[in-house]
Design a protein around this ligand. Structure first.
Ligand code: SF4
Length: 413
């Protein structure tokens, strides 16, 4: 049996090569054989969401979704994975809440829609009455052993709570304030983040959580810390458009302010992840996603220190200017990155009154956003314009010049 320390080390370091996925199943099975695996009853409640976490969990390799649900969990209710539907499924759900209080885990996917007393989101029918997600959550949460919010919507509101948020979407911890909510954000959550956290809960209880209740073993570092393009950031080599070579900072990468281990873990069976594929990180594991991380293709705001205000767009150039001394470059970039990080977090605390105030302003902001993104696209098109044509034109020009010059000097006569 692994000690907790060994387990954490595995979670922190396991990659495609070493494979957290490959380790968890045998480990959990061994714990099951030794009789120390509780196999808890689990209620998976889906609120305002796109079902992204359920689908992402289906991408879990080892343990697979099937193994998780049949060997390690005693799944009682999940509207998508139930083998029965309708009244029969609801009966199991309500029996579990009534008879296994203090034992069952409540896993919540999706934002809690709170406007109009929750009427934007109904989750099941009881005695002919539709029950809202808000009512189900507030009824079940006090009885649950653990409450786990999977995905950015359940954790922090996420896209379901994006401005202007007519449904009043909120994170679970904004509604259930007297319990510890384990937040596993991401849009969607990585399957390892979910299975790893579930495993920790099964074997050792609550994992260490950060200020946003995210397990530190997966969210303890910024994406920027581990990014494969980090050296290019430090050398001041920036991509001019998404998909280009170089660090994606100038085309909007939110890696410096987003805590998650995507560069290490990678997605889709550990094959690739957005930044490696050329798309800037959009900060989907951030508590401020998406309002606070938009526009996705614009870089982060400037940094203010006590004596100086620096445009972060110049960081790469500054780092490159220092480039001859590699150590100095590294330190400078690190200091700048930390300042950006602090400034960004300070400026976007949850609940800040950042959203626009009226529809005209929303429209204006959208127009600006579209204009900026169009400008970026046309810039990208210019850069991508086929070089051979330009060469042909300049060759033609040179030929004309040559003949003109020859005529003037009369060398041909
Ligand atoms: S800014 Fe983004 S692309 Fe650049 S090094 Fe940081 S995380 Fe990687």
């Amino acid at each position: 049996m692994l000690t907790r320390r060994e387990f954490l080390t595995l979670c922190l370091t396991a990659t495609a090569a070493t494979g957290l996925a490959g380790i968890l199943t045998p480990f959990l099975r061994q714990a099951g054989a030794e009789g120390i695996l509780p196999r808890p009853p689990v209620i998976w409640l889906e609120l305002g969401s796109c079902t992204g976490e359920s689908i992402s969990l289906d991408n879990s390799r080892n343990p697979s979704l099937y193994q998780l649900l049949t060997e390690f969990f005693d799944l009682r209710y999940h509207w998508l994975y139930n083998t029965v539907q309708g009244d029969a499924a609801v009966r199991v759900l309500l029996d579990t809440v009534a008879h296994e209080a203090g034992k069952f885990w409540l896993i919540v996917e999706g934002a809690v829609m709170t406007a109009a007393n929750g009427r934007f989101n109904h989750v099941f029918v009881r005695n002919g009455e539709m029950v809202t997600g808000l009512a189900a959550l507030t009824e079940f949460a006090p009885q649950a052993r653990y409450i786990i919010a999977v995905g950015d919507c359940a954790a922090f509101g996420g896209p379901a709570a994006a401005h202007p948020n007519p449904g009043g979407g909120k994170g679970v911890w904004d509604v259930i304030t007297d319990r510890v909510i384990v937040n596993i954000p991401g849009c969607p959550s990585h399957p390892d983040w979910m299975t790893g956290t579930f495993s920790h809960l099964l074997l050792y209880g609550l994992p260490d959580l950060d200020a946003y209740n995210r397990p530190k073993m997966f969210f303890g570092h910024t994406i920027h810390d581990k990014c494969q393009r980090r050296q290019q950031f430090e050398d001041g080599i920036f991509a001019a458009f998404p998909g280009g070579d170089g660090c994606l900072y100038k085309v909007g990468c939110k890696g410096p302010v987003t805590h998650a281990d995507c560069p290490l873990r990678q997605w889709n069976n550990y094959v690739n992840w957005p930044v490696k594929a050329g798309a800037p990180c959009i900060g989907c594991a951030s508590p401020h996603f998406p309002d606070g991380t938009m526009p996705f293709y614009s870089h982060l705001p400037g940094i203010k220190t006590r004596s100086v205000r620096v445009s972060v767009a110049k960081i790469g150039a500054a780092a490159a200017a220092l480039g001859i001394g590699a150590v100095a470059t590294h330190l400078a970039a690190g200091v700048f990155a930390r300042r950006i990080h602090k400034q960004y977090l300070d400026g976007t605390k949850p609940g800040d009154p950042t959203p626009p105030e009226n529809l005209a302003q929303v429209k204006q902001e959208l127009d600006d956003l579209i204009r900026r993104q169009n400008a970026l696209l046309s810039e990208a098109r210019k850069i991508e314009a086929p070089a051979p044509r330009r060469r042909r034109r300049s060759l033609l020009k040179r030929l004309i010049n040559f003949w003109r010059t020859e005529d003037k000097t009369g060398k041909d006569e």
